[in-house]
Design a protein around this ligand. Sequence first.
Ligand code: MN3
Length: 195
Amino acid sequence: MSFELPTLPYDKTALEPHMSAETFDYHHGKHHNAYVTKLNALTEGSEWAGKSLDDIIGSAEGGLFNQAAQHFNHSFFWKCMKPGGGGEPTGALADAIKRDFGSLDEFSAAFSAASAGQFGSGWAWLVIRGGKLEIMTTGNADLPQKHDATPLLTLDVWEHAYYVDYRNARPKYIETFLNKLINWDFVAENLGNAS
Ligand code: MN3
């Protein structure tokens, strides 16, 4: 069983003008695809053959961990966006954000600051750990599961994620993600599964 590049949950033009088809051609079609190809090359015919992605992320190190974690991170990230996204969460997720951050605006400000402040390549996350929501950033391929946290939402802040559409303006990319792209339904589903 080899790993496969997942199909995007929307057409590659569906998030325009906020995220272009050209970005998806590179980010999904080349970057994510390369992680999957390398993951398969490192696992096939090895002691890791047939192991689940979670198993590999949990125990591999070095290059194999990086390819596996980046496969997870990107597969998760695509689902964190949708056409006509943004807006406000509802229900239990809205209540949890209010409880742990004070308000949606305070969450957005803290998530933006963390995303903008991640030095170099990495990811910004909303996670749940010990029953409480937290914002976390990770460098390179690192991810919340390595820190006893469950991911609910992520934003890719590697330059390849935004350079085609935003050049060096990472804050504008973050603002657009929060206001126009975020798929709160997916975040709510993740919270439900974690509770
Ligand atoms: Mn990426």
